[in-house]
Ligand binder design. Structure first.
Ligand code: NAD
Ligand code: UFG
Length: 337
């Protein structure tokens, strides 16, 4: 398939481009570089042997995006493009609603106009909101998220459901990612956050290379065995192969489908520190701070549906992810330059 990958130079998008080529697909990347670097393209070429076609375009810009649809014979779209920092979304809700909603609407409009049959949308476990149980299944209610970022995912899911109902020829997959971590085994691709990392793994890797003094553990008094928060960390390469499996599913014309992409296993913050130390031999100093507002105690996926219907499951371990994340961070102490 010829796959339009929006946000294809970002963390998950770049790994997915690699897996698309591996599976015999072709990727056409659209990215406005608001949270990625053009240098990722050269790295993709190094890994895949192919320089993917790249358009530096904002997906909110209908007029600029239209020629891409007109000129490239697109069979499927994977829409990764979006802003994703939870804290920032509380400070800049307007920018988050504007960018995430308008880019998704523009992509959907062009999909309809050019009769592109297949769309995969990057949703998030955040759509399950402040749920008090784990694991969560795809049938759990999606009511309201905890922050503007999460709300954009809830809203876009609803919008895409309505569009698919009105255009039954469309196949749309809503993929709810849990916590992607790790990087490509080559050390060329990984997570490259701007400024102070919000997420656990990039913070740990920056402590590991001495860029930050110590990890701040956000609370050790949760109702979990060791008191720290539990999440479902999925290796980004597994997440990427999940997209390839989803495209295969869409080829069977299923209409609208929803899948959790996680491992089904929970790991606490303390367990993650242990795993990292085991995988890399590097000690991670930490202090326990107050809990972060809005954090859940426990979040992990029920993965049976994806296993059954996509024939896909996460294969890599948290130790693999720690080793790969560290490899990338060591090779790129200042991120991708
Ligand atoms: P990322 O920031 O690394 O990648 C997103 C890419 O989209 C970036 O390259 C950015 O430059 C680009 N982009 C943003 N807005 C754009 C626009 N209007 N037009 C064109 N390009 C634009 O983030 P990621 O971690 O790779 O996440 C990809 C998707 O997955 C996002 O939609 C995110 O919300 C979703 N998601 C991520 C996580 C996570 O923990 N990383 C979890 C759940 C869902
Ligand atoms: N944590 C720390 N210290 C840190 C960072 C995180 O202790 O410096 C803890 C958190 O409290 C949490 C766990 O590590 O218990 C994971 O936190 P992350 O920030 O890495 O991930 P979250 O589960 O909070 O958030 C992620 C994505 C969001 C998404 C959410 C739900 O970053 O975009 O999952 O899907 F909305």
């Amino acid at each position: 398939m010829r796959v339009l990958v929006t946000g294809g130079l970002g963390f998950i998008g770049s790994h997915t481009v690699v897996e698309l080529y591996k599976a015999g697909h072709e990727a056409i990347i659209v990215d406005n570089l608001c949270n990625s670097k053009k240098a990722v393209l050269g790295r993709l070429e190094k890994i895949t042997g192919v320089l993917p076609k790249f358009y530096e375009i904002d997906c909110c810009d209908y007029e600029k995006l239209k020629p891409v649809f007109a000129n490239e014979k697109i069979d499927a779209i994977i829409h990764f493009a979006g802003l994703k920092a939870v804290g920032e979304s509380c400070v800049k809700p307007l920018e988050y609603y504007e960018n995430n909603l308008i880019s998704a609407l523009t992509v959907a409009r062009l999909m309809r106009e050019f009769k592109v049959k297949n769309l995969v949308f990057s949703s998030s476990a955040t759509v399950y909101g402040l749920t008090d149980h784990a694991p969560v299944t795809e049938e759990d209610p999606v009511t309201s998220a905890i922050n503007p970022y999460g709300e954009t995912k809830v809203m876009i899911e609803r919008i895409l459901e309505d569009i698919q109902k009105a255009e039954p020829w469309m196949n749309i997959a809503l993929l709810r990612y849990f916590n992607p971590i790790g990087g490509h085994a080559s050390g060329l691709l990984g997570e490259d956050p701007n400024g102070i990392p919000n997420n656990l793994m990039p913070y740990i890797t920056q402590v590991a290379i001495g860029k930050r003094e110590k990890l701040h553990v956000f609370g050790d008094n949760y109702p979990t065995p060791d008191g720290t928060g539990i999440r479902d960390y999925i290796h980004v390469v597994d997440l990427a192969t999940g997209h390839v499996a989803t495209l295969k599913k869409l080829e069977t014309n299923p209409g609208l489908v929803v899948y959790n992409l996680g491992t089904g296993k929970g790991t606490s913050v303390f367990e993650m520190i242990d795993a990292f130390e085991k995988a890399t031999g590097v000690k991670i100093p930490y202090v326990v701070d107050a809990p972060r507002p809005g954090d859940l105690a426990v979040s992990y996926a029920k993965t049976d549906k994806a296993e059954r219907e996509l024939g896909w499951k996460a294969e890599k371990t948290v130790l693999d992810a720690c080793a790969d994340a560290y490899h990338f961070q060591k090779n790129n102490p200042n991120g991708i330059e």
